[in-house]
Design a protein around this ligand. Structure first.
Ligand SMILES: Nc1ncnc2c1ncn2[C@@H]1O[C@H](COP(=O)(O)OP(=O)(O)OP(=O)(O)O)[C@@H](O)[C@H]1O
Ligand SMILES: [Mg+2]
Length: 509
């Protein structure tokens, strides 16, 4: 095999941070090359250098494509060279149709200034077929699930005759079936000679599809492992990423569980726009003081809908049901009521719902718990900075202290800030919706420690997760949901993947 891409001695600095320090990367023709590393290790930055997001001159080092030196001044230069990047945050324009998105900036024209809509639609249909989508090209892209939008992004790349496809955490927001589909597509594209670079925190998917793995740590390339000589050892990758062995993936815990604090009864919610479509159907659950309770279910089971609707009716149309706190009914008509009742909800879509990206880390961390750092309703800046720094250090958010702009953090570190924000509020009930999605293995452990500490201090935790090992490793009790109903409840010592999976697929007779 010959080398398609060689990056030599790449160094990229931001004010106060060396994001990449003399990085070497070699990618062979036709391979799937994975890039792994902790949050903030430099993965996205390296790919932004490669694709011209950071133009030539903004970094030092060389990029060679098929032996020829490249100096891209922007993304359109790298596209001309056959490189396409699909960013961690999807970049489609929601208001435009599927076809318009695919040919945005690369319009099919009939003479100057005239877009050939007929040809646009037929060509769009053709590339959509290549990625296995049977979508109507004229449908608005916002009507598609995240998984399908991801495929539209790939279709867009294919429409530009891509040679090297870069995917930055493409599966972090996808369910299992969608992830499988996407990984299958990568393997198919590989058969067609397309080389890809895949950034992922999921060891399982990397060892499944990648031919080699380069591990980054603190801006340095640690090593490149080949999978052709057999399976890469997951432990070796983890050691490269975190710089030490990680024996335990879940911290030890001695649960101290008290009386029932929160109870949800007969919870019933309809879809916000589709009249009469029931998304949560008579659900009931209880959570005790100091207890970590899991909520298992497949995509569409209604877990997020249940959580969001309990959190001050922030989803759907309320039909029926009551929330009790300490045995008394509480009326949660809006988010304000929910927060006043001591409930916090960390959403799964953190980019949309969680952060003020142009404010600093300190303000984002303390926003939901300003009373903790105020005296007579006036914020005490010194106390605020100290408290925020404690939380930042505890969660190992990689930054220059707490005054850095949150939007400059790496994707995973932004997620840690959202989590930290709600933990800082010291809620009585903390609802976590997929809290470790996009978070590296080392940082996951830190988050588990903090969640356990909150529980040990007496908080109730409801953990929604699609990763069964995470539920089994963390929870005292797990409820399973299917088609909007709670289908069962399993205590920790009786819980295993099979039992849960059975309950998660128990449909109505
Ligand atoms: N625009 C920016 N301004 C300042 N610092 C930045 C900027 N972009 C990235 N950084 C810093 O560079 C480092 C590497 O960030 P990068 O986004 O490449 O990490 P990553 O490996 O992709 O992490 P993740 O797994 O969390 O996505 C981080 O310390 C980050 O804070
Ligand atoms: Mg990243």
């Amino acid at each position: 095999m010959s080398i398609l891409l060689r990056m030599r001695g790449i160094t990229k600095e931001f004010p106060g941070v060396v994001a990449l320090d003399n990085v070497e990367l070699a990618v062979e023709h036709g391979e799937i090359h994975a890039l792994m590393g902790e949050n903030g290790a430099g993965k996205s930055t390296l790919m932004k250098v490669l694709s011209g997001v950071y133009p030539h001159g903004d970094y030092s080092g060389e990029i060679l494509l098929d032996g020829e030196e490249c100096s891209f001044n922007g993304i359109s230069d790298s596209e001309k060279a056959g490189i396409a990047i699909i960013h961690q945050e999807l970049a489609l324009v929601p208001q435009l149709s599927v076809a318009e998105n695919i040919y945005l900036g690369n319009e099919r024209t009939r003479g100057p200034g005239f877009i050939d809509w007929g040809r646009t639609a037929s060509m769009a249909r053709e590339v959509l077929r290549r990625v296995g989508l049977d979508e109507d090209p004229t449908a608005p892209v916002s009507a598609l699930s995240v998984g399908r939008q991801q495929l539209v992004e790939i279709a867009k790349a294919l429409s530009k005759r891509v040679r090297l496809l870069i995917l930055d955490e493409p599966t972090s927001a996808l369910n299992e079936a969608e992830s499988d589909n996407l990984l299958g597509l990568l393997l198919e594209l590989k058969e067609q000679g397309i080389t890809s670079i895949l950034i992922s925190h999921k060891l399982g998917e990397v060892t499944r599809v990648a031919d080699s793995v380069t591990v980054l740590r603190d801006g340095k390339a640690i090593e490149t492992l080949s999978t052709s000589a057999g399976r890469v050892e997951e432990d070796r990758i983890i050691r490269g990423m975190v710089g030490r062995d990680l024996d335990e993936r879940y911290p030890e815990r001695a649960a101290d569980i008290g009386e029932v604090r929160f109870e949800v009864r007969d919870w019933t919610v309809d879809h916000p726009t589709q009249v009469g479509r029931r998304v949560v159907d008579g659900a009931g659950l209880e959570i005790r003081r100091g207890e970590i309770v899991g909520l298992a279910g497949l995509m569409g089971a209604g877990r997020t809908e249940l959580a969001m609707s309990v959190f001050g009716r922030s989803y759907g149309r309320y039909v029926d049901g009551t929330v009790y706190k300490d045995g008394k009914p509480v009326h949660l008509r809006d988010v304000g009521d929910a927060i006043a009742a001591g409930i916090a909800y960390v959403p799964e879509d953190r980019k949309e719902l969680g952060l003020i990206l142009d404010d600093d880390i300190r303000r984002n961390l303390t926003l939901a718990g300003l009373h903790r750092v105020s005296r007579r309703a006036v914020i005490d800046p010194a106390r605020e900075a100290v408290a925020a720094e404690e939380m930042r250090a505890g969660m190992r958010v990689k930054s220059n202290g707490v005054f850095q702009t949150t939007g400059d953090l790496s994707g995973g570190n932004q997620q840690k800030v959202v989590l930290g924000k709600w933990m800082f509020a010291e809620p009585d009930l903390l609802i976590l919706d997929e809290p470790t999605r996009g978070i590296d293995v080392g940082a996951k452990y830190e988050i588990y420690v903090i969640v356990q500490r909150l529980a040990a201090e007496g908080a109730c935790v409801l953990l929604i997760s699609s990763e069964l090992p995470e539920l089994l490793g963390m929870c005292d009790r797990v409820y399973a949901m299917c088609e909007g109903r709670i289908t069962g409840e399993v205590p920790r010592d009786k819980a295993d993947q099979e039992t849960l999976m059975k309950l998660m697929t128990t449909t109505k007779a």
